[in-house]
Design a protein around this ligand. Structure first.
Ligand code: NDP
Length: 332
């Protein structure tokens, strides 16, 4: 490979955030043990925030964006990785404090890389990316909290988004009655049913704060990607002893609720972070994804775009207009 590579760089110019493709060289790669030739990156909600500057995700611009990548090891100073090995990276501050994955090359510490599970390729890994990995962490957290298959309906909010789509597919595969809650019920009903949703519900009143601290008991569990009023509403509907895995803020970072679900129904609120998730649960989640996420569902929720279309899609994901997962072919 030549010394130069293409990267989607976010910069600040005259107080505005600008994102564009630049040609970088070896000298632009940071210090690190492993250099990776990237095949695919992907688009997550956080990438949308970074590319538009809507939140200060990129701390020291100019910097290459992209919180995930999947590719092949080009060179390695670590005994844990050898040239030619397929790897994936999500989180660890890549695309935030460290040059990101929306590029043809990256260099990172070895401990941030995950070898691909047996039989899985880099496109599969990028299609999952941070969003799918987070959905898996949510499902594992619900399992550990005692939400068993057959226990009752499990709600997924923001169901047509990236985390939501993978969560629906995983829950359905694992025998749960996955109920997709979405602002696009008409448009996405067939899509979500195809992923395995038992039922597709419009946001309806759940977009608003609950009118009472406790509502009728519906959910054995929930995966919440929305936060704000919707999380408060869903918490008030969880059955006795149930749990909610909270990972997102697409509808707001605030949470105005009462302690009633916790102290009268024994409900658990489980916080999910994918960025600094330690190596052991990371490995477990990737192994589980290889086992439990049906390839047909992943294919149905994935669209592939070239690097040149990422900025436009970054606006779109913040507007709630992206369905499922967007893989970025950085070499297209
Ligand atoms: P997407 O944009 O793909 O999905 C978000 C979904 O939320 C949308 O598709 C939409 O679903 C719903 N939504 C959007 N805006 C609103 C709104 N104003 N009110 C109610 N619902 C809304 O994003 P991702 O799946 O990539 O991420 C989802 C969330 O999870 C984000 O907040 C992201 O920051 C967070 N996240 C957190 C991680 C962690 O480590 N904790 C890791 C990954 C993501 P629909 O159309 O179906 O209603």
């Amino acid at each position: 490979m030549s010394d130069s590579y293409r990267a989607l760089v976010v910069d600040r110019q005259d107080g505005e955030t600008v994102a564009g493709i630049r040609t970088l060289t070896e000298a632009d790669l940071p210090e690190g043990e492993v250099t990776v030739r990237i095949d695919y990156s992907c688009l997550n909600y956080k990438d949308g925030l970074a590319l538009t500057g809507r939140a200060p995700i990129i701390r020291r611009p100019p910097m290459t964006a992209g919180i995930d990548f999947a590719g092949t090891v080009e060179s390695s100073e670590s005994p844990d990785f050898a040239p030619g090995q397929a790897v994936v990276l999500t989180g660890w501050g890549v695309g935030e404090r460290h040059p990101g994955g929306l590029a043809q090359r990256a260099r990172v510490p070895a401990k941030w890389l995950e070898p691909l599970p047996e039989g899985c390729d880099t496109k599969w890994a990028a299609a999952i990316g941070t969003a799918g990995f987070t959905a898996m962490l949510c499902v594992i957290a619900l399992e550990r909290a005692g939400v068993a298959a057959g226990a009752g309906p499990v709600a997924v909010t923001g169901a047509a988004g990236g985390v939501g789509s993978v969560a629906v597919a995983l829950l359905a595969r694992l025998g749960h009655e996955a109920v997709a809650i979405t602002g696009r019920a008409d448009e996405c009903r067939d899509y979500l049913t195809g992923l395995g949703a038992h039922e597709v519900l419009p946001r309806g009143a759940r977009a608003e704060a609950p009118e009472k601290p406790l509502l009728s008991e519906h959910w054995a569990g929930a995966v919440d990607t929305v936060g704000g009023a919707m999380l408060a509403h869903v918490l008030a509907e969880v059955r006795y002893g149930g749990a909610v895995a909270a990972c997102g803020l697409a509808g707001g970072a605030g949470l105005k609720t009462t302690v009633m679900p916790f102290i009268l129904r024994g409900v658990s609120l489980l916080g999910i972070d994918s960025v600094m998730c330690p190596p052991a649960p990371r490995r477990e989640a990737w192994q589980r994804l290889a086992r439990d996420l049906p390839g047909s569902a992943l294919a149905a929720m994935t669209e592939v775009i070239p690097l040149a279309e990422v900025v436009e899609q970054g606006e779109e994901i913040l507007a709630g207009g992206v369905r499922g997962r967007v893989v970025v072919d950085v070499n297209a």
